[in-house]
Structures are given as structure tokens and as C-alpha cells.
Design a binder for this molecule. Structure first.
Ligand code: AMP
Length: 368
């Protein structure tokens, strides 16, 4: 019930072409080079209000083009005048996501002087500290490591002009709220806030109310990606799951799949079993080191692997298009998690299939 958040009264007509925005030439050219010919719905709705300086609350999933939706107005603002950074701060839940955000910023700031960097845990902090000393314009960070570096005086957030919270709902689920509150402390009171998430649970609405001032709210139709997805439910007993999965992989229309398991251990074991069968499968789960995770992702992107066996958390924010199948080897815990998982197929107008293996124990989730 988002009516409770005071919503900006100003109305903006959605743009139909990026040229309507009258962006600085280097940014306009980068958009053309990226081959973003038509604005995606979230971009059509939110870029103009963000450029006008409004706070924005965007309800949109990964894959809808939301990164460019917040990157474009942030970059335009940075290009308007030169000042010492960091001036833009993006916070996201996972290393994979902040890396993708950083890449999107780089794509759109090529041939400008704007400099971006990532901060996340699980890797050496020294290179990150050294980059911070050079005053990057935009910092894309996971909450934990950022708060750590902040506490030890390696980050100065007193010049932040735009704060972006991406996948805010996931950060909430992952228990990052106290860290985020800590990060908000040193930020200047006067700043622009852009908050994005796929869903708006009650707990998150509270935070949004505290952070956003008179926001422009945009909600992108959640059923949209689902229109290109076929859903199928297979009632099974636990010990038949592997056999059925092998059957899916052998079908003619099988191209690539993300297979979701409930636990890290099951992800690892299933990837190993499929590998022994001769399938090109790789696991992606939280117990892997950063370089192992990067390798798995790169291998899946370049099709060295065609099956990625992942847990929910490890897979968050991953943007790989062209996945033909999502298989819920274990049923997700919640309806939201289902939407997130199957959102990985049927992207960018490709069609996809979402298969869910449900055991008798899963009856209540199936009903939901
Ligand atoms: P995101 O939701 O930000 O993860 O974006 C999903 C994908 O869509 C990314 O690979 C972007 O490069 C791509 N993308 C974003 N905006 C557009 C656009 N207007 N036209 C075509 N592709 C886009």
C-alpha cells in the first residue's frame, strides 16, 4: 500500500526517446553506442523526474533496465559541473550486482572524465583504499565493506549528492538495514535519493519513508516478464528430482538453465553430479571464493557451462540474458522468491520456461 508514502504531485509524461531528455553530448552518445534505442518503461518514467532533481522510488526487477534508469540522471548531474568526489553512491546487496552496476556506469561514462569504483568484501581492501584516495566520482558498494572502511576513516561520504539504493528489498532480506543506517549517517542532509527494489514489503516502506523526500513513484508491471514465460509444475518425490532434471537437459529446446537449490551444499553437490554425468554444469553459492564465483559466472556467460546451479542469494542481481530454462529443483520459500527466480528467463523478450519440482512437503508454497 504505497499511498502512505507522500508522492510527488508533479507529473511527468513518460519519454518515448532518449533525445527528449536533452542530455550532455558524451552521455547521449554513450547511450547510442550502447544501442539503447528505445527507453525501457522504468527509464521512460523515472529519468525525467530524477533529472529534475526529484527523489525516486522505482519498483522494478533486475532485467528491466533499472540500472541505466538511475545511472543516466546521476551521470548527467555529475557532468553538469566538476567537483571533488565521491559525489554518487550506489549501494547494492551483492558483489555481482555492484560489479554490474559499475560496468553500466563505465559503459555510459566512456570518453568522459567520470571515474567509478566498486567496494565489496571477500577481496583485499588495499586496492579499494588506494582507489578511494584518488576521489572517484561514483562508488558502487556492498554495505558491509563500505561501513567497515567508513568506520576506519578511509571513505569520506560528506560530498555525496546522489544516493542510490538498489535491490533495497534484497538488502532488507539479507539483514543489511543496520549497516545501511550507519552509511546514511555521514551523508549530507541535502542530497538526491533514488531507491529501487522489485517489491515493497512493509519493513522497507518504513525505510523509504525516512529516506525519500516527496518521491516520484514508478511501478513497472510485474506480470510483464512473465508473459514470455511458460510455467510448469512437476509433482515429484525427492529421489526422482535428479532424473527429471536430466530429462529436461536432454530436451531439444534446452539451451541453458539456472537451477535453484535450497542450500549451498545442495547446489555444490548437484553441480558435481551433473558434471559427472558429462553435463557442462557449474555451481554458484556463497561458500565459493570471489574468484571462483567470477569464474563460474564468466563460464556461464560465455557458454562454457550451460547449467548454473545456484542458491537464491548467490544468484541475486545476475544479469544473463538468453536463459531458456529456470528450474526450481527445490521450490522457493516465498512467492516473491519465485518471481525473482523465474525473472531470469524470458528476459528481453526472449521466451523461457520455468519448471518447478514440488514434493508433497511443498504443498503450502505451491498453493501460495
Ligand atoms: P538491468 O535491469 O539494469 O540489469 O538491465 C538489463 C539489461 O538491459 C542490461 O544488459 C542493459 O544493458 C540492457 N538495457 C538497459 N536499458 C536498455 C535499453 N533502453 N535498450 C536496450 N537494452 C537496455
Amino acid at each position: 500500500n504505497r499511498e502512505e508514502i507522500p508522492v510527488s504531485r508533479t507529473t511527468f509524461t513518460p519519454i518515448t526517446d532518449f533525445t527528449e531528455l536533452d542530455l550532455s553530448p558524451p552521455l547521449a552518445k554513450a547511450i547510442v553506442r550502447a544501442q539503447y534505442t528505445t527507453p525501457r518503461p522504468i527509464q521512460a518514467e523515472t529519468i525525467a523526474p530524477a533529472l529534475a532533481g526529484h527523489d525516486v522510488l522505482g519498483l522494478a526487477q533486475t532485467g528491466t533496465g533499472k540500472t541505466a534508469a538511475f545511472a543516466i540522471p546521476t551521470i548527467e548531474h555529475l557532468l553538469a559541473h566538476q567537483k571533488k568526489g565521491p559525489r554518487g553512491l550506489v549501494i547494492g546487496p551483492t558483489r555481482e550486482l555492484v560489479t554490474q552496476i559499475d560496468q553500466e556506469f563505465r559503459k555510459l561514462t566512456a570518453r568522459t572524465k567520470i571515474c567509478t569504483m566498486t567496494i565489496y568484501g571477500g577481496v583485499s581492501e588495499k586496492p579499494q583504499i588506494q582507489k578511494l584516495e584518488r576521489h572517484p566520482d561514483v562508488v558502487c558498494a556492498c554495505p558491509g565493506r563500505l561501513l567497515d572502511l567508513l568506520g576506519r576513516g578511509f571513505v569520506d561520504l560528506s560530498r555525496i549528492e546522489t544516493l542510490i539504493l538498489d535491490e533495497a528489498d534484497h538488502m532488507f532480506d539479507m539483514g543489511f538495514l543496520p549497516d545501511i543506517r550507519g552509511i546514511l549517517q555521514p551523508l549530507p542532509e541535502k542530497r538526491q535519493n533514488l531507491l529501487f527494489g522489485a517489491t515493497m514489503p512493509n519493513k522497507l516502506r518504513k525505510l523509504a519513508e525516512q529516506i525519500l523526500v516527496d518521491p516520484f513513484v514508478s511501478e513497472i508491471d510485474h506480470s510483464m516478464p512473465a508473459k514470455t514465460i511458460e510455467h510448469a509444475l512437476y509433482p515429484v518425490i525427492e529421489k526422482l528430482k535428479l532424473k527429471i532434471l536430466r530429462h529436461f537437459i536432454r530436451q531439444d529446446d534446452f539451451d541453458s538453465a539456472i537451477v535453484f537449490t535450497r542450500t549451498k551444499r545442495r547446489a555444490r553437490q548437484l553441480a558435481e553430479k551433473l558434471g559427472k554425468d558429462g553435463h557442462r554444469a557449474v555451481g554458484l553459492q556463497g561458500n565459493m571464493s570471489q574468484s571462483q564465483r567470477d569464474k563460474a559466472m564468466a563460464g556461464f556467460r560465455t557458454r562454457r557451462f550451460d547449467v548454473l546451479v545456484a542458491t537464491d542469494i548467490a544468484s541475486r542481481g545476475i544479469d544473463v540474458t538468453d536463459i531458456s530454462h529456470v528450474v526450481n529443483f527445490d521450490i522457493p520459500d516465498t512467492v516473491d522468491a519465485y518471481t525473482h527466480r523465474i525473472g531470469r528467463t524470458g528476459r528481453a523478450l526472449h521466451t523461457g520456461e520455468a519448471f518447478t519440482l514440488a514434493t508433497p512437503d511443498d504443498a503450502s508454497v505451491v498453493r501460495a
